[in-house]
Design a protein around this ligand. Structure first.
Ligand code: V1P
Ligand code: CA
Ligand code: ZN
Length: 373
């Protein structure tokens, strides 16, 4: 397999932001990932770039001026007043007004916008931003740990050059914010694989297919608990292959949310590190410019393992990687086995028990076949 020019966006400050004690989202996981990527000697094999921080003006290409202005101002002390007692902009416990929230967003969004520019300029074939992938953020409101939708901003940047962009989302949650942003256009196809049924955010049925010009261009793959590598591959590969055939995207954005891994604190799937990374490998071999973004992932050591391995897949060096972890700053976190692996467990795959996986796959393929011609 031929080499790809890879750009890797990382800001050394990102790991210091905290959503607060007891909150499952840990920006520190980006730093642990970076330490592991460094320990594996991958930094010399790609362009390491510190993202330019996204400005309020850039964020307003998707979000409202009023919401962005709010984010630039809000502090833990002023949150109560500025959210009108938690009724606007930040609703509920999911999106606290933590210290430095705007800077955190500007790093995350700056990385995804930079990644898009690096792709359109031709300087990279694959661009990575593990601090991005915050797919729930809405035009005028934060949602599900996401404040600024770096993905929408990155896709808008790609659309300045390319006619068509494909967005694929393997986070365990529905990519609702990205779907909503592009629901009425045929220039962006969104495809989310997610747990559906008594699960946040509650959207993403196969009835939701897009509207107007965008009809048919939103693809949803709702899944049940316990999906394995084999089951996931049996729906991911045919659906994505069909999309590539009928949509012919100029670029692909893959949200690599790691809460779809086995043993995740908030997730309910049974996918291994290798199963998750096979989505990256599958897209890399299509020879279409590719952006890899982070997203969810709440069992921190497994997030770091998987995004490290996926960085190796982007470089095409996964075959040379030592399954025994090299010494690194956070080595003790990876005990007792100290290996680059996320194994599966013995939970039942509810997608095969009742044949629902076959139905979901057929529905998605049928929707896509209508687009042709
Ligand atoms: O379930 C909810 C809300 C709270 N109810 C009113 C509904 N929120 C979830 C949010 C999950 C966000 C996932 C983000 C991503 O897709 C992308 C980064 O991965 C939630 C959960 C849960 N178990 O689903 N919030 C929390 N847990 C939570 C726990 C402790 C403190 C704060 C939030
Ligand atoms: Ca998803
Ligand atoms: Zn998620």
């Amino acid at each position: 397999m031929s080499k790809r020019k890879v750009a890797y966006y990382y800001d050394p400050d990102v790991g210091a932001y905290s959503y607060g004690l007891g909150h499952p989202m840990k920006p520190h996981r980006i730093r642990i990932t970076h330490d592991l990527v460094t320990a594996y000697g991958m930094l010399d094999k790609m362009h390491i770039l510190r993202p330019k921080r996204a400005t309020p003006e850039v964020m307003s290409s998707f979000h409202t001026d009023e919401y962005v202005h709010f984010l630039t101002n809000v502090t833990p002390e002023t949150a109560e007043k500025l959210t009108y007692s938690g009724t606007r902009f930040l609703v509920g416990e999911d999106n606290p007004a933590f210290d430095g929230v705007f800077e955190f967003c500007s790093i995350s969004a700056g990385g995804s916008i930079g990644a898009a520019q690096r792709i359109t300029s031709g300087a990279a074939d694959i661009a990575i931003n593990w601090a991005g992938g915050l797919h729930h953020a809405k035009k005028r409101e934060a949602s599900g740990f996401c404040y600024i939708n770096d993905i929408v901003l990155g896709i808008l940047e790609l659309l300045r050059t390319y006619p068509r962009v494909l967005y694929i989302d393997i986070d365990c949650h529905h990519g609702d914010g990205v779907e909503e942003a592009f629901y009425t256009t045929d220039r962006v196809m969104t495809c989310s694989f997610h747990k559906f049924g008594e699960y946040f955010p509650g959207t993403g049925t196969q009835e939701d297919k897009g509207r107007g010009k965008g009809k048919g261009y939103a693809v949803n793959v709702p899944l049940k608990d316990g999906i394995t590598d084999e089951s996931f591959k049996s729906v991911f590969e045919p659906v994505v292959s069909k999309i590539l055939e009928v949509f012919q995207p100029s670029a692909v954005v893959l949200q690599c949310g790691a809460d779809s891994l086995a043993g995740d604190k908030l997730g309910c799937f049974n996918i291994t590190m290798h199963g998750h990374a096979s989505c990256v490998q599958f897209l890399r071999k299509q020879h279409v410019p590719l952006i890899l973004l982070g997203g969810g992932g709440y069992t921190v050591k497994n997030v770091a393992r998987t995004w490290t391995y996926e960085t190796a897949c982007a470089l095409g060096v996964e075959g040379e990687i030592d399954p025994n972890l090299p010494w690194n700053e956070y080595f003790e976190w990876f005990g007792p086995r100290y290996r680059l692996e996320v194994p599966c467990n013995n939970m039942e795959d509810l997608n095969v028990r009742d044949g629902s996986l076959d139905i979901v796959r057929e529905n998605a393929l049928e929707q896509l076949s209508r687009l042709k011609g």
